[in-house]
Design a protein around this ligand. Structure first.
Ligand SMILES: [Fe+2]
Length: 460
């Protein structure tokens, strides 16, 4: 077993949370933290739900019915039994419940509620995926992590307002700051609120979802992770619900657990073997991979070399189209190709690093990057329609910040159409907290880096 410490903690001194007092999120008999997921079944025919109650709730059930405009849909509701697991949080036992709806109709809206037969949630709606490769969109978020209730909330709510028809949301790790702090999970669920009950989530853990277990002394996945989410258990042994794949309307989505790989190299190998096997038999036109640690960092001095060496070779060999990442608390989008060569036909995936929460680091403007942002909260909306993948990154205000299309030919070769040239100037000003700590020499170095970056891009 090999331990590689991440450098995330080194940077936290430059960033101070704006919120000192936080809410407590005490469980009650009423369901809360209601969230949709998939457990590995056909996404056009199944849907799973997780929720939380206090420990007095020992019988958990759900009701589901085809949605109708008439309130009488409840008369046709079917009862489905749920399973329950206990979690001890701050000395109190809480119950997490999970239900799987199966044999659903594709591309169909359902209403459901969860509870114990007396204490119910509201009726939520969801729509099953199509069983064909029909067009769809999804959202991707980089690190939420800090001030979740106070300031991440605006990002996720603006994102949903921009595109309520999304099929699901991808979270590329560091959803929270302290793996086992219940109030942070409470804030994360409050920020997303009821939309978590309507739109499924696919999440990968980051380094902040791992913490040292005081009993085993090992660094382990948050005890909240598996009770809180329903993720497929189709990954390698020991990485269930952090490494998994989902096929959605002709697109293969893959979650990898980069933090587990950094903590234990055998988990790097098992993920690589699993991924290679998965991609060898893949028949889907598009492949989207997401994980926390970037293959290429947006910051000088942050480098995930072992991860890159193993994963990039697989991405290139099997033509992964796009890799969605977090960790660096800045924004970067680009390709690993030699400087000066045309980027029209990317060799290797498009890499994106993004941040959705308010914690901001300094940006490196590395050579792989084609579009960058410093000190901006963002979300990404990705739409796939047959041979076209359309990517748009928005600021938390809803302002379009970055855009490109990937157009796939019949041989599977992608053409990149960069649409960022017509967008407003890049925001490259460092966060004030970083500027304050920078020496004059560091500032000069950063300014010369901006100049080199602009020159490379042919900008003034
Ligand atoms: Fe982070």
């Amino acid at each position: 077993m090999k331990i590689v410490l991440t450098c995330c903690l080194l940077m936290t001194s430059l960033w101070v949370s704006s919120q000192e007092i936080h809410k407590e999120y005490t469980a009650t008999k009423f369901p809360d933290r209601v969230i949709l997921g998939w457990n590995g079944g056909d996404v056009s025919k199944s849907q799973s739900v997780n929720w939380r109650t206090d420990s007095s709730v020992t019988v958990a059930i759900a009701e589901i019915a085809l949605s109708t405009g008439s309130p009488d849909f409840t008369k046709n509701a079917t009862k489905v039994n749920a399973s329950t697991e206990a979690l001890i949080v701050n000395g109190q036992t809480v119950h997490y419940h999970q239900v799987h709806f199966t044999e659903l109709k594709p591309n169909t809206m359902y209403d459901y509620r969860v509870g114990d037969g007396t204490y119910w949630s509201e009726w939520f709606q969801f729509t099953t995926a199509s069983d064909k490769a029909d067009p769809f969109s999804f959202l991707y978020f980089g690190d939420a992590q800090n001030d979740l209730r106070s300031m991440w909330s605006r990002t996720i709510r603006n994102a949903y307002s921009k595109m309520p028809e999304i099929s699901f949301m991808v979270h590329a790790g560091d959803l929270i700051n302290n793996a086992n702090y219940d109030f942070q999970w409470g804030e994360w669920f409050e920020a997303g609120g009821w939309l978590n009950g309507m739109v499924p989530s696919l999440a990968s853990p980051g380094n902040h979802e791992y913490a040292r277990n005081t009993t085993t002394k090992n660094i382990e996945l948050s005890e909240h992770w598996k009770p809180s989410f329903v993720h497929p258990q189709n990954g390698p042994q020991g990485l269930e619900e952090t490494v998994y794949s989902v096929v959605h309307q002709g697109v293969l989505f893959v979650s990898l657990d980069s933090q587990a790989a950094m903590l234990d190299s055998s988990k790097m190998e098992s993920q690589a073997q699993w991924l290679e096997k998965l991609l060898t038999s893949n028949k889907n036109k598009w492949v989207v991979v997401f994980h926390h640690h970037p293959v290429y960092s947006t910051k000088a001095g942050r480098n995930n070399e072992e991860w890159r060496n193993v994963m990039e070779a697989i991405y290139k060999k099997y033509k992964v189209d796009i890799v969605l990442q977090g960790h660096d608390h800045t924004y970067g989008r680009g390709i690993n190709m030699p400087l000066g060569s045309s980027r029209k036909h990317p060799y290797g995936p498009i890499y994106v690093v993004s941040v959705s929460g308010p914690k901001m680091y300094d940006i490196g403007l590395q050579d792989w990057m084609d579009r960058a942002a410093s000190n901006v909260q963002l979300y990404q909306l990705i739409s796939i329609d047959n041979n076209n993948l359309s990517y748009k990154a928005y600021e938390a205000t809803g302002t379009l910040y970055d855009a490109f299309d990937l157009i796939k030919d019949n041989a599977g070769k992608n053409e990149l159409v960069d649409r960022s040239a017509d967008l407003p100037k890049e925001q490259l000003d460092l966060p004030p907290a970083v500027k304050e700590k920078f020496t004059e020499e560091q500032m000069k170095e950063y300014e010369s880096r901006i100049e080199a970056y602009k020159k490379r891009k042919g900008l003034k």
